[in-house]
Design a protein around this ligand. Structure first.
Ligand code: AMP
Ligand code: ZN
Length: 431
């Protein structure tokens, strides 16, 4: 463990620390960020009304639009000369949202990332090939510095250039790969095409995967093809970047580093706080952020939080696998469809490749279409029958999801591969 004193805190100790930090943070945000003073005035409260975690529901939410409104320098509590780093996430429309960091924020973030690596068993002996994008995206530098302060060797190769990635995996004998899970699937496929045998030619033991939702089945495929253990890392640029939560060796949920983040689960429609154990939208309060405090930030990510102590000994609450985002959920003809559920069904079926694309063109259920690549070995086997296989996938999907989707099976290598976050949905209704 990187910071055992914090990682092994009991839940009661975590709660006490959170209470102290939360009350202080509310006052700090109110005193230093005009937006919070306005939000508090609108809600008819002052920091004096916030005395413990029980008062959290009185605090107004912060949403992504608040960040956009405060473009370019975001929601800032310190003068510019104290800002040492800036990142931005490129939203699909309009201006990006900008996030800023003080020197202490950088130290906090890097430590959180170091905890994440060590939780997956990564240490100073390791060679980390970091294929997250370096630049305004937080993935590259987040995964970089976390490994560096652990004393590991970092290869800052960034995204793309898959042939070179494979060459480096072999020549440098990298032991850890950090990238999106969709890129890991692609790398495994490309390795085979280029004539590598990942289990013999590479020396990989751990993958640090995040930045997008992925299924248990995708995990199995990555683990089997690359011969590694695949760990899930969660984060977002508004909350420093990656490193908010990570799996431990138990791989039964992602521990949220709760000395730094207070998490709640709310009903995304009403905003009401849900009882423990119910699936809802995750809402985070950053407990020590200096440059850009965020109180009750609505993430749109949907998940269940587990507050039971984990077998690893950590009591930091766990996010059970992220189901997707409320804004990714497809509503087709009035029925809710999560791309992650479709992935779950598909990847459990033998013969299905790693790539798929969900296409919606009209707002009626019948318009749901899924393009699925066939696994190369199945495609080339005498058992493969295109029409029969498509029918089989349609039936399996209808049985599990109760929605009917037209399935088109494609030759291996037809769909576009991603180097960062994969695009799994093409919603033509919104184009
Ligand atoms: P960004 O701010 O670009 O880093 O994107 C953050 C978003 O990526 C989150 O709000 C999630 O929707 C998604 N995300 C990040 N990590 C994971 C993960 N491990 N599992 C599922 N979704 C993730
Ligand atoms: Zn654990």
């Amino acid at each position: 463990m990187f910071e055992p004193d914090i990682e092994m805190m009991k839940l009661s100790e975590i709660r006490a620390l959170q209470t102290e930090r939360f009350v202080k943070m509310v006052k700090y945000a109110y005193d230093n960020v005009p937006m919070y003073m306005e939000k508090f005035a609108e809600a008819g409260i002052t920091p004096d009304d916030i005395k413990s975690l029980d008062d959290v529901h009185k605090v107004p939410f912060t949403v992504k639009d608040d960040l956009r409104k405060h473009y370019p320098y975001g929601i800032r509590a310190v003068p510019l000369d104290r800002i040492v780093r800036l990142h931005a996430s490129s939203g699909t429309t309009g201006k990006p949202t900008v996030v800023t960091y003080t020197e202490k924020d950088m130290e906090t973030w890097n430590n959180l990332m170091a905890r994440c690596y060590s939780s997956a068993g990564v240490g100073s002996d390791d060679i980390v090939q970091n294929c997250y994008g370096y630049g305004l995206f937080t993935g590259g530098l987040g995964f970089h510095y976390g490994a560096e302060i652990l004393g590991a060797t970092v290869i800052p190769i960034s995204t793309g250039n898959t042939k070179k990635q494979l060459m480096m995996l072999k020549d440098m004998q990298s032991t850890v790969i950090a990238c999106t899970p969709s890129y890991a699937l692609y790398l495994a496929e490309a390795a085979e095409k280029e004539g590598y045998n990942p289990k013999e030619d590479f020396n990989l033991k751990v993958g640090m995967f995040g930045a997008e939702p992925w299924s248990e089945e995708a995990r199995k495929r990555i683990e089997e093809s690359l011969g590694i253990k695949a760990y899930d890392v969660f984060g977002m640029s508004e909350l420093y970047g990656p490193g908010v939560a990570v799996e431990c060796k138990e791989q039964n949920g992602l521990h949220i580093w709760s000395d730094e983040f207070l998490v709640e689960t709310i009903d995304p429609d009403t905003g009401e706080v849900l009882p423990e154990g119910e699936r809802g939208e995750l809402v985070f309060t950053m407990l020590t952020r200096e440059a850009m405090p965020l109180l009750r930030y609505r993430t749109k990510d949907l998940a269940i939080i587990n507050y039971e102590e984990c077998a690893c000994g950590r009591a930091h609450p766990r996010i059970m696998r992220i189901r997707g985002r409320s804004d990714d959920m497809l509503i087709v003809g009035g029925v809710n469809v999560f791309p992650s559920q479709i992935e779950h069904v598909l990847m459990n079926i033998k013969g299905v490749g790693d790539q798929y694309l969900i296409i919606v063109d009209r707002d009626i259920l019948d318009s749901l279409q899924v393009q699925v690549e066939v696994a190369p070995e199945f495609f080339n086997s005498p058992d493969y029958d295109q029409t029969g296989f498509a029918k089989k996938l349609e039936m399996e999907m209808q049985a599990v999801l109760t929605v009917r989707a037209r399935v088109e099976v494609l030759e291996p290598g037809t769909l576009p591969r991603s180097e960062g976050k994969a695009q799994r949905v093409l919603d033509k209704r919104t184009i």
